[in-house]
Design a protein around this ligand. Structure first.
Ligand code: ADP
Ligand code: MG
Length: 456
């Protein structure tokens, strides 16, 4: 079964993550609902436990394995080899809060918050320009006092720290006021509980429970878009709590008004408190996060030496998504651990070639024109010339679009390079291709494969 579960995991986590994290795991045994794996090092074990526990559990259950909990031990061989290391860094993973919750079936009548991750606190949150407003308002809400903005609506792209801030608020609010009833859950879990209450015919209980909390946090609310009865229930819960002056915090990947499939009354309700967006990270913030993560590892007893310039390189080239950035750093550390080499720029390029390469190269307008001409089997003179037949005009527009998105050239400059065209022609081309990317699968496929070609 592990073989087939491995296949499923490969699809879920992608090849790179799979090769780094999942493949090195050895299935040890399964006793009394506890599945044990051996990891080649505590580092790998910890990372897998933190990031892939749920995925592994999910696929094991789907494959029909009766599993309640997973444990990751360090392989005996690796352990023996590491005895020479001074610090006792090898240890069995401690179960996460998720495990504890899984051992005891959750009574439907109790008000269980989704497990809070102890690492997601304010002290671990690196503040920079892109997130300072979000951070400040999260702090304010966590400190309690008079409810000043309700709801607090946090939005931003994937991996920019929304969930982190919400967990941090929960920890802080609970620490300040242990009697406070804090309920954190994802919109998906909200829906799941609501549907279960409908099925079990105890919606009254559901309503009472939700209306008795002091601080409600619903993560990724865009999930309930288009799900009408859940939206309805959410709306009523929301109103009941606001009426009682209870604090609500909501997150989403977009601003309230931009969530398609969300009822207008909910959009306006969500917008009536404070709406704050978390911007994509900038270089300083990324570097700050990497430095902090490295410090954390070192504080936890890992011996890691990183050559100057490596963190800077990662911060510059990997991604604005902090999760991807952290993943890259950890992959690099694991890689250096496995091959027994120091963390240098060379090693970083080797270990993270897939991530670094994509951002490495500056593409020129010339290269774009050549790639497009080649792709559509045209001559450069066709792209630059005056002909307007569809078979030439469309590739030309696409090339302009790529020039605008991939280079820093201005619209008039791009126009000039394309046989002296006007900048409004370029604007038109960009808009046209953007629209076609949404409506025409052939064009969007062409764009994707050209992007791939140009990035390599
Ligand atoms: P989102 O919910 O917005 O998709 P998360 O809160 O899950 O993002 O963040 C993804 C990962 O990045 C988490 O491990 C989180 O701890 C980390 N992270 C994001 N922003 C920061 C930050 N400003 N400082 C430290 N870690 C961060
Ligand atoms: Mg999140």
């Amino acid at each position: 079964t592990w073989g087939s579960v491995q296949n499923d995991l490969l699809k879920t986590v992608g090849q790179n993550n799979y090769l780094t994290w999942i493949e090195p795991l050895k299935f040890a045994d399964c006793r009394g609902g506890v599945v044990r794996f051996e990891a080649p090092s505590s580092f790998v074990g910890n990372w897998v436990a933190r990031n892939y526990r749920e995925d592994i559990l999910h696929h094991l259950v789907s494959a029909g394995v009766e599993v309640k909990r997973i444990e990751f031990d360090v392989a005996k061989l690796a352990q023996a080899a590491r005895q020479v290391r001074p610090k006792g860094t090898e240890r069995t993973m401690t179960p996460s809060p998720g495990d504890v919750a899984m051992d005891k079936p959750v009574p439907s009548a109790s008000l269980q918050s989704a497990p809070l991750d102890p690492r997601l606190t304010f002290s671990n949150f690196v503040v920079g320009k892109p997130n300072e407003l979000a951070h400040a308002s999260a702090r304010r809400v966590a400190e309690g006092g008079p409810v000043s903005f309700n709801p607090l609506f946090l939005y931003g792209g994937v991996g920019l720290g929304k969930t982190h801030l919400m967990h941090a608020i929960a920890w802080e609010a609970q620490a300040r006021n242990p009697g406070l009833k804090v309920l954190y859950l994802s919109a998906e879990q909200f829906m799941y509980r609501f549907v279960r209450a409908l099925r079990d015919r105890n919606t009254m209980e559901f309503k009472e429970l939700f209306r008795s909390v002091d601080l409600l946090m619903v993560d990724d609310v865009q999930f309930i878009a288009g799900k009408d009865s859940t939206q309805d229930e959410f709306f009523h819960t929301f109103n009941a709590l606001v009426d009682q002056n209870k604090q609500i915090i909501i997150s989403a990947d977009r601003a309230p008004g931009e969530i398609d499939g969300l009822e207008d009354r909910i959009k306006s309700r969500l917008s009536c408190g404070l709406v704050v967006d978390i911007h994509p990270t900038d270089y300083e913030l990324r570097l700050g996060v990497l430095q902090q993560r490295l410090q954390d590892q070192i504080a936890a007893g890992e011996t890691i030496a990183v050559e100057d310039g490596v963190l800077e390189c990662l911060a510059q080239r990997i991604s604005t998504n902090v999760r991807v950035l952290e993943g890259a750093l950890n992959r690099l550390i694991a890689f250096s651990d496995l091959v027994g080499r120091r963390i240098t720029l060379d090693l970083a390029h080797e270990a993270l070639s897939d991530l670094i390469r994509a951002h490495d190269k500056k593409v020129t307008v010339d290269e774009i024109m050549q790639a497009v001409a080649k792709y559509y089997n045209l001559r450069m003179t066709d792209l630059l010339g005056p002909r307007r037949t569809r078979t030439i005009a469309r590739p030309r527009q696409l090339a302009m679009y790529l020039a605008k998105t991939l280079t820093t050239r201005s619209l008039p400059e791009i126009g000039r390079r394309f046989g002296g065209r006007d900048h409004t022609t370029v604007i038109h081309a960009v808009k046209r291709i953007e629209a076609l990317c949404d409506s025409d699968p052939q064009i969007s496929e062409d764009v994707r494969s050209l992007l791939r070609t140009l990035e390599n």
